[in-house]
Design a protein around this ligand. Structure first.
Ligand code: SDX
Length: 433
């Protein structure tokens, strides 16, 4: 593990023999024990289910402090980025490491616009999915298929990455909107060169030849904010998947497709859809949210309160706070009467946060708890909420994949295990079993 912040060391004693392990310090004071030579020195590996205590890499992209509720991209606080930037600016920041100048931003916008179409043959792929096909399945298939149209990527995975990255950031938006239009049997709306990233997406989703869509600045602002808040989150499940697949030398698009599949999980990005399903169930149950809090606490019931809890945040998820605060303002500006599900979500949070079960386990609303309320106000169907998460997370995945590809110390990801199966035993021929 290469680092510029080595400091003191930890001493490990095994069967009376002591080993000194260097401690690596991060920029913000986070510390890690470097065990990269542990097996060679001690003959032992470590075991850490779910990697709760394990750093898989050093990174310069995103910093989280789970106790203070801090999130920053390339050193900039999430609050300022969400309040003052456009999503394309933040995508540029994550992938390139600095906020774009006006001319860099304009060039990036032009690049995204130039590559916003998908090959016309790819449009026929949508016809081959059965009705009701899960949008995340479609998204990962389409992203994976993209590399068939750019064979140079398979020869050299790092082939002009800036272009490859911009192409995908632009096309994923078109793929998402086209898959929605196909799913409702409506004509495809193509991207327009005169529209910004978010305005283009909304227009592709909701415009129609017979009923023109009015692009509301408030809706564009809300989408920019949501995509920025989802743009990266250090080594979460889907990002670690992108890194692991990329570490085998797989091209960017195939690595991202793997990340899309990981994000789909209800414990991960799929939670934003699950939150709305849960709130609707509570609504149908006459608003009896205590019943669902009791289910979440019942160990014999696998039900979890969707949108609650987090592997890292043990005080609050700053993104959830920003979205919650934005909900009222956005609903009012979009002239959406307050969503009854928002009222239920607010009451559910209020009661849960006073319940010892949630307090003792540091369970707070995460990014997924309120995001669905805003997606609904924008008119986005629930089954596309996790697709929206993927649109936001894409620049983060790309930045993390790029960082790993460019790290000279990077190796193929290959964790070990502790074997607890049968001891060695003699083979028994079938005739004797
Ligand atoms: C995202 O990692 C990231 O950064 C992810 C993400 C990102 O930006 O990439 O932030 C996005 O995935 C947010 C999380 C979305 N998922 C959900 O909202 C699903 C509901 N949450 C839980 O499944 C859970 O909280 C996790 C998966 C988010 C975190 O799980 P951990 O860290 O493995 O915690 P755990 O399962 O070990 O739980 C610790 C305790 C357990 O109880 P005990 O065994 O100690 O008695 O807390 C309980 C859990 O049963 N618990 C919950 C709960 N979450 C944890 N109980 C009820 N409801 C919940 N939501």
């Amino acid at each position: 593990m290469s680092d510029s912040h080595s400091g003191d060391s930890a001493v490990l004693t095994i069967e009376g023999k002591s080993y000194s392990l260097p401690i690596v310090r991060g920029t913000e004071g986070d510390r890690a024990i470097d065990i990269s030579k542990l097996l060679q020195q001690t003959g032992c590996t470590t075991v850490d289910l779910g990697y709760k205590n394990t750093a898989s890499c050093t990174s310069k992209i995103t910093f989280l402090d789970g106790n203070k509720g801090i999130l920053s991209y390339r050193g900039y606080g999430i609050e300022e980025l969400a309040d003052k930037c456009l999503f394309v600016e933040v995508a540029y920041l994550l992938v390139h490491g600095h906020l774009p100048t006006a001319s860099e931003y304009q060039r990036y916008r032009d690049l995204l616009n130039r590559y916003s179409l998908i090959h016309e043959d790819m449009i026929h792929f949508f016809d081959r999915f059965p009705p009701g096909a899960p949008p995340m399945a479609i998204l990962s298939v389409m992203v994976n298929s993209l590399c068939s149209y750019y064979p140079e990527m398979n020869d050299d995975p790092t082939a002009p990455l800036d272009l490859t990255a911009a192409r995908l950031i632009s096309k994923i938006r078109t793929i998402a909107a086209f898959s929605y239009k196909k799913s409702i049997g409506k004509p495809l709306i193509y991207p327009r060169p005169d529209l910004s990233y978010c305005a283009n997406f909304l227009n592709m989703m909701f415009d129609s030849p017979v009923e023109p869509y009015t692009i509301r600045p408030e809706a564009v602002a809300a989408l920019n904010k949501l995509l920025i808040l989802h743009a990266d989150h250090e080594q979460n499940c889907s990002t670690s998947t992108v890194r692991l697949v990329g570490s085998a030398g797989v091209n960017l698009y195939a690595s991202i497709a793997a990340g899309i599949n990981a994000l789909w999980g209800p414990l991960h990005g799929g939670a934003n859809e699950a939150v709305i399903t849960m709130l609707e169930a509570i609504q149908q149950d006459g608003g009896d949210f205590q019943k669902y809090i009791n289910k979440a606490k019942d160990k014999s019931d696998p039900f979890k309160l969707s949108g609650f809890g987090h592997r890292v945040y043990k005080t609050f998820d700053p993104r959830g706070k920003i979205i919650k605060n934005a909900c009222d303002e956005l609903l009012a500006s979009l002239n959406s009467s307050s969503d009854p599900l928002l009222e239920i979500a607010l009451r559910l949070e209020e009661v849960a946060l006073k319940d010892q079960y949630f307090i003792e386990r540091n369970l707070f609303p995460n990014v997924d708890f309120y995001s669905g309320i805003i997606y609904r106000a924008l008119g986005i169907p629930t089954n596309m909420f996790t697709v929206m998460f993927a649109l936001g997370r894409l620049p983060g995945w790309i930045a993390q994949w790029k960082e790993q590809q460019e790290d000279p110390g990077s190796k193929i990801g290959r964790p070990r295990q502790v074997y607890i199966g049968e001891p060695s035993r003699p083979f028994v021929p079938m005739s004797e079993r």
